[in-house]
Design a protein around this ligand. Sequence first.
Ligand code: SF4
Length: 68
Amino acid sequence: MTYTVQIDTRACAAHGDCVDTAPEVFALDDVATVIGTGPDELLLAAAEACPSAAITLIDAGTGEQIYP
Ligand code: SF4
């Protein structure tokens, strides 16, 4: 399974927790952006770390929303 990462830029409050959790996946400017990919477990940890619930994970194979 491979997750696709989406960031709701309107919800992102630039806390940076996602960057702290997965610096190879996220970068922070005014809002977070996706700059790479990583293991599903890491993507899920980053999504769960976001205080604004701005990170959505989609199963790239089925289109099913995995998180939140
Ligand atoms: S943790 Fe959430 S609110 Fe903070 S920068 Fe990342 S996406 Fe934005």
